[in-house]
Structures are given as C-alpha cells and as structure tokens.
Write a protein of this length. Structure first.
Length: 139
C-alpha cells in the first residue's frame, strides 16, 4: 500500500541519517533570501493594507484626528526616522524586485553571477531609497 511504501521511505532516510527538510542542510544564499523577502513583503503589505483599512473603517472618529493624535505624541526623531524607513522598505523592495522578476520573465538575468549581483544591488538600493523617502520630511 502507499502507506507502507511511505513508511519504508522514511525508515530508510532515518536509518541513513538524512535530514527531513532542505533548510537543515542548505545555507541560505542571496537568491534564496531575495525570493523569500519578495514573498514576505508582498504578503505583509496585503495583510497590513486590509487590516489598516478595516481598522480605520471600524474605528470611531476620522482619520485626520488619528494623524493629529500621533503628531501630538511628539515622538523623537531617533524613533520616527527608523520607523518610517521600515514602513517604506516593503513597498520599495517589492517594487524594485518586481522589476527584476519582469526581466527574468523576459529571459534575462538567470546566470548565478548575475543573480548575486542584482540581488545585492536590489537589497542595497531598497534600503537607501527607503531611508531617502523617510528623510524627505526633514528637508
């Protein structure tokens, strides 16, 4: 039966000392990290968008009053700048990495050397652009 066949497979792997999952034996590498980060930022933005929209819809009062409330907290710049950068990062990263995926769809950039180079450029530029966007209010 299929169950017996599956049981023999797992018993054999256990006897040979093989790991049960690939992340046990594979070190994370840049293409893997960029792919994971692209998926996480996309899902996170979707979840936050819907949660925020529903929260604003259900909350008493209006949106400008909540903005004024946050302004009146007078949070220090050492808190606001990193917070704004972190909020901007998913959108910037997902957008730039999406362009990279479009170039892959066109059949370019699959060489391993190119994937590492473009991954490093995307990570670095996403962080810098996010910080730039967060700093616009301070100019």
């Amino acid at each position: 039966s299929a169950f017996n066949e599956m049981q023999r497979f797992w018993d054999k792997n256990l006897a040979l000392g093989r790991p049960n999952s690939p992340w046990v034996i594979y070190r994370p590498h840049l293409p893997m990290i960029t792919s994971f980060c692209h998926r996480v930022t996309g899902i996170a933005m979707g979840v936050v968008f819907y949660a925020f929209s529903i929260g604003v819809f259900l909350a008493p009062g209006d949106f400008p009053s909540y903005v004024e409330f946050v302004k009146n907290l007078q949070l220090p710049q050492l808190f606001l700048f990193p917070a704004k950068t972190i909020v901007a990062f998913p959108l910037v990263y997902h957008y730039i990495n999406g362009i990279r995926h479009l170039t892959w769809d066109a059949g370019h950039g699959f060489e391993l050397k190119t994937q590492y180079k473009s991954g490093a450029i995307i990570m670095t530029s996403s962080i810098l652009i996010s910080a730039l966007l967060a700093s616009i209010a301070y100019w």
